[in-house]
Design a protein around this ligand. Structure first.
Ligand code: AMP
Length: 312
């Protein structure tokens, strides 16, 4: 079933305890699309400036499942740039700079052939752009958004409106606290459910993820990774694995007569696919690991992760 994503194409500079990477390919849309493409074809709607290096474009085109015809390269504009530095335990990071570039201009155009998309992911970008995108897909069955501190702090009215219209929200535990003022992740997510979505996924880095759904709760550990080089894009590749799986499976409806949304059961499996995808992404800088990832490696790690739960 057609899956579409909008978000950022970024040029990142990242410092981690394992090393650093200068002006590498990043962006919420990029990580999401690369990850989702392992499960289902994915359409991207995004903009970049003509300063985007040719090899970065080539990396995006390297993934056969990505339809990049909605990627606008704007003459004279600057690509979104982000710099980040991770703390010693890699669980927290500081943003060193954010240069909006094209994000401060008109939103990217949506190709007409994308209008029939049924699965919609609004990766991190300005909530005003996310809202416009959402309304452009009238046949949507499942619309999920991500957000982060910058937008919670600077675009709250648009974000509140967005929350009243999406089926699900994916965010980090500290962002859930920032959004609701509630420290406890379950309490924060329940508060977010009152703002509109039928489910919230709270990501807790190496402590796994929580699913708070109107039907009930679910929890998953992170994949116990031995090698973490760069956590950048973990959240987006998690979301890509999750939405790609749901789009491929045609997501089971919640069973309440609604055509929209997804059941607790299918979402839990989707979260497991997201967890496994993110565990590969963090093994190297930028999209280097996703570029070499094979279907066999993905399937083997999913089977091993499923086996690790050892509970019935
Ligand atoms: P993640 O580690 O999953 O949160 O995603 C990191 C990616 O998001 C980086 O590659 C950045 O280019 C991009 N990014 C950072 N800040 C923002 C922002 N405020 N809005 C959209 N994308 C962002």
């Amino acid at each position: 079933m057609p899956l579409v994503v909008t978000g950022t194409i970024g040029i990142d500079t990242v410092y981690t305890p394992s090393g650093h990477a200068q002006s590498v390919l990043g962006g919420s849309c990029t990580y999401f699309a690369a990850a989702a493409s392992f499960h289902a074809p994915v359409r991207i709607v995004a903009a970049a400036g003509d300063d985007l290096p040719a090899e970065h474009l080539e990396t995006i085109r390297h993934f056969p499942g990505i339809d990049a015809s909605g990627l606008e390269i704007r003459k004279g504009s600057k690509t979104f740039r982000w710099g980040g530095k991770y703390h010693d335990n890699m669980d927290r990071r500081d943003t060193l700079y954010t240069e909006l570039g094209v994000l401060a201009e008109a939103p990217p155009k949506i190709p007409d052939k994308f209008r029939d998309s049924e699965f919609v992911f609004l990766a991190n970008t300005h909530p005003g752009v996310q809202l416009g995108m959402l309304e452009a897909f009238p046949q949507r069955r499942l619309a999920v958004a991500d957000t982060m501190d910058l937008w919670i702090n600077t675009a709250r009215p648009e974000l509140d409106k967005l929350l009243s219209k999406v089926d699900g929200l994916v965010l980090n535990y500290d962002e859930a606290e920032l959004l609701t003022g509630k420290r406890n992740s379950v309490a924060a997510a329940r508060h977010i459910l009152e703002m509109g979505p039928t489910f919230v996924v709270v990501k807790k880095g190496e402590h796994g993820s929580l699913l708070i759904h109107r039907e009930g709760l679910g929890a998953l550990p992170a994949y116990p990774a031995e090698q973490v080089v760069d956590p950048t894009g973990a959240g987006d590749s998690f979301a890509g694995g999750m939405m790609g799986f749901l789009a491929a499976a045609g997501a089971k409806h919640p069973g309440n007569g609604s055509r929209r949304g997804a059941s607790l059961e299918s979402l839990m499996r989707a979260l497991a696919h997201g967890t496994v995808m993110a565990s590969f992404n963090i093994e190297s800088f930028s999209l280097d690991r996703l570029r070499t990832l094979t279907r066999e490696e993905l399937d083997a790690r999913y089977a091993s992760f499923a086996g690790m739960m050892r509970v019935h």
